[in-house]
Design a protein around this ligand. Structure first.
Ligand code: HEM
Length: 343
């Protein structure tokens, strides 16, 4: 009987161990791959087909950022504007054709989106090393991560395996990408409609810790004296005066005059953006509304302003969530040879 009991205990221990391994395995798989449309996005998707892909993308982004430090911000924004319009499918990169008007001339993108040449350079290098293998949508996702890292921000493993779209939509870009003068409710709705919540929205808005904006993007904040035109708190008077001066010059073209989204540390990816919001130095009206009186976003802004690690952690997670919005996988879409045109 004692032998039987011992055997029973051993069997029980074995089963418990095996089940813990399999649930850990499941957890790992669930964290590192995601199943959409039949095929999975995964880390190391090009491990066998293009093993140097991430090194090549990183070195091209690095070179571009060395030549033009703002390029990090521009590449990060490209990925965002891609993912919000029918998923992360590189539709933003397509030029107009006879059958569709693409996204490049949509209001949020026109005279504003940058980085297309850098993506072309990455794509052409990848085509020479491993032809027709790496999608333009994956290039955008990896370049966005590399841009954050090169600016001093956090890194994360990019899930790969997206395919590229065959078309693009100017109308959808106009409708889906949030505008800088949207109120908080509209901003939250736009994020919710792609499956992201308001914590994602606040964390991702932290991308405005790098990069620049044109006067035309924040001119509505410059009306009046110290109160902002949005439902956010009053802007700092000195900050407002300096913006007014910058943008008031009749000679200056509101599309060409730029200022940093984060004046304190303009090219460093840190939590300074959130500190600026609290001290009344938010550039865009859509930034100001995040700290409006009783908004649910205020508390999140405050937590990121005091805890940069919390911001980095949430930013990584939200970038991962944004990066897997409706990807084309498996038999859907294609690997474009040239990111600007469907094959
Ligand atoms: C919450 C809604 C958002 C709105 C309304 C918004 C709006 C804008 C606007 C108007 C500009 C300036 C464009 C110009 O004047 O040319 C800008 C710049 C930028 N945005 Fe956003 N944005 C939002 C969210 C995001 C997100 C989620 C990201 C990335 C994760 C992002 C990344 C950037 C970056 C990096 C820049 C600077 C780009 C550069 O210097 O080339 N933004 N944004």
């Amino acid at each position: 009987m004692a032998v039987f009991n011992n055997l029973f205990v051993l069997l029980w221990v074995f089963l418990a161990f095996a089940s813990s391994i399999s649930s850990n395995y499941f957890f790992t798989q669930a964290c590192f791959s995601t199943d959409h449309g039949g095929a999975a996005l995964q880390i190391g998707a090009y491990y066998h087909t293009c093993p140097d892909v991430e090194r090549i993308i990183y070195s091209k982004v690095e070179e571009a950022v060395m030549n033009d430090p703002r390029m990090a911000a521009s590449l990060l924004r490209l990925h965002f504007h891609d993912c919000f319009v029918n998923g992360c499918d590189a539709s933003v990169l397509l030029d107009d054709t006879n059958t569709f008007v693409g996204e490049k001339t949509a209001l949020p993108n026109l005279n504003s989106l940058r980085g297309f040449d850098v993506v072309d350079a990455i794509k052409s290098e990848l085509e020479s090393v491993c032809p027709e293998t790496v999608s333009c949508a994956d290039i955008l996702a990896a370049a966005a991560r590399d841009s954050v890292v090169l600016s001093g921000g956090p890194g994360w493993d990019v899930l790969m395996g997206r395919k590229d779209s065959l078309s693009a939509s100017k109308t959808d870009a106009n409708n889906n990408i949030p505008a800088p003068n949207s109120d908080l409710k509209t901003l939250i709705t736009k994020f919710q409609s792609v499956g992201l919540d308001y914590t994602d929205m606040v964390a991702l808005s932290g991308a405005h810790t790098i990069g620049q904006a044109r006067c035309s993007s924040f001119s509505s904040s410059l009306q009046g004296s110290s109160s902002s035109s949005s439902d956010g708190p009053a802007l700092d008077l000195q900050f407002l005066a300096s913006l007014k001066q910058l943008c008031s010059n009749a000679e200056s073209n509101n599309n060409a005059t730029l200022t940093a989204l984060d004046l304190a540390t303009p090219a460093t990816f840190d939590n300074q953006y959130f500190i600026n919001l609290i001290s009344g130095e938010a550039l865009l009206p859509s930034d100001q509304v995040l700290v409006a009186g009783n908004s649910p976003t205020l508390e999140i802004v405050e937590s990121y302003a005091i805890d940069p690690r919390a911001f980095f952690e949430d930013f990584k997670q939200s970038m991962l969530r944004m990066g897997i919005l409706s990807p084309l996988t498996g038999g859907n879409g294609q690997i474009r040879r040239n990111c600007r045109v469907a094959n």
